[in-house]
Write a protein that binds this ligand. Structure first.
Ligand code: AMP
Ligand code: MG
Length: 368
């Protein structure tokens, strides 16, 4: 929890010289490491951070001129505040909140960026056989992951929320950006994909302004550009979902995106059980077959989008789906009660994933 405290101090103060720090803290899901070549002393990994989208963002650049890079970092950080104002599921003032109030009554025209995410969400809904479904909002709310407080709802509450779920009730017309819901009971939640979208846009902004070596990290949703200090890429840690050690394995990433969704991020604990924040839209209950899903893909929106339904699908179906999708490579952690958890690594990542020696006693790695 230390990382949350560290970031809370920075709330709403975006870029100021005081925020320029050497990357020294292992924060969040992943740890970016400088390659540290001895003759590149002028180049350092410098980070800018902010609290946004219900979590924290950190932009790290390998640079020898952090002052010159500050405006680029500021522009990229502003992306997150803009996307938050559009897609937040926690405020009454976001564009998504407006849509949820209006689209059940009459068609409404949505902002272009919301349109992009809606289209991707509906494609994911179809491709995932309904496991990814932005109409889960009433269920996410019933469990208190939106609006709070977190709780275990009664069977009746789950039934009532389930009756409002199903993306076939959303009608979106991309050319006119017109959106309509079948009835007023429908509500959307872009929380399973909006973070990835924002990371892609922020990374595009950095690249468009000539930034060559950077890592954008919004709570485990990352894009890696170039590499620090001439290394082969940015080394990303896959966090131990049971918190025995900080990272179970590391993976070098460059010119692509990675995301990890874990049950440890947000959950309700009751009667010795933990219920995670990813809900199976078919049962109305948190899915339980996996405790962590990592996706590597060219785009952060695809990573964030897919980590959620792979979680819902559970190990067997998730492995099949990850194989089927050429642009998605996955690492899945399947829990074993009291035993050795299994880390399922897709073949395409076999040569890139390095297991931490300390993890060998409680994780078995299998490839698929
Ligand atoms: P992520 O941050 O990618 O792990 O997404 C988790 C968030 O996605 C939750 O906090 C919910 O807001 C939302 N969500 C939960 N279950 C689903 C689902 N089955 N399909 C789409 N979004 C979901
Ligand atoms: Mg997601």
């Amino acid at each position: 929890m230390q990382h949350h405290e560290v970031h809370r101090r920075w709330e709403r103060r975006i870029v100021s010289p005081a925020m320029i720090l050497l990357l020294a803290l292992p924060v969040g899901h992943a740890l970016a490491r400088c390659g540290g070549s001895p003759d590149s002393t002028a180049r350092r990994s410098v980070s800018w951070a902010a609290r946004t989208m219900g979590t924290y963002v950190r932009i790290t650049m390998a640079t020898d001129d952090s002052i010159a890079m500050s405006p680029e970092a500021g522009r990229a950080l502003a992306v997150f505040h803009r996307v938050d104002s559009l897609m937040s599921n926690w405020t009454a003032t976001s564009e998504v909140a407006r849509i949820n109030r209006e689209a059940g009554g009459a068609p409404t025209r949505v902002q272009p960026e919301v349109g992009v995410v809606l289209e991707a969400s509906l494609r994911l809904w179809r491709q995932s056989g309904g496991a990814f479904d932005i109409t889960v909002e009433p269920l996410v709310r019933a469990w208190g992951f939106i609006g709070g407080p977190r709780r275990v709802p009664s069977d009746d509450e789950i039934r009532a929320a389930l009756a409002r779920v199903g993306a076939q009730r959303i009608h979106y017309d991309p050319p006119t950006r017109s959106l309509r819901f079948d009835d007023r009971g429908v509500s959307i939640d872009l929380g399973g994909i909006a973070k990835g979208y924002a990371v892609d846009v922020a990374a595009e902004s950095l690249k468009a302004h000539g930034v060559k070596d950077a890592l954008v990290d919004l709570s485990g949703n990352m894009v890696a550009i170039g590499s620090p200090s001439g290394a082969t890429g940015w080394r990303i840690g896959i966090r131990d979902p049971r918190d025995r050690i900080p990272y179970l394995a590391r993976l070098a990433i460059t010119g692509e995106a990675i995301s990890t969704s874990g049950q440890y991020e947000q959950f309700v604990a009751r009667d010795g059980r933990t219920y995670g924040h990813i809900i199976d839209p078919r049962t109305g209950r948190p899915s339980e077959g996996l405790i962590s899903v990592t996706v590597v893909s060219p785009s952060a929106m695809e990573c964030d989008g897919w980590d959620t339904p792979l979680f819902v699908m559970g190990p067997l179906e998730a492995k099949r789906k990850a194989h089927e999708l050429d642009h998605v490579a996955a690492v899945l952690i399947q829990p074993a009660a009291g035993g050795v958890d299994t880390m399922w690594v897709e073949e395409t990542l076999r040569d890139r994933l390095i297991l931490e020696p300390a993890a060998r006693s409680f994780i078995q790695v299998r490839y698929f």
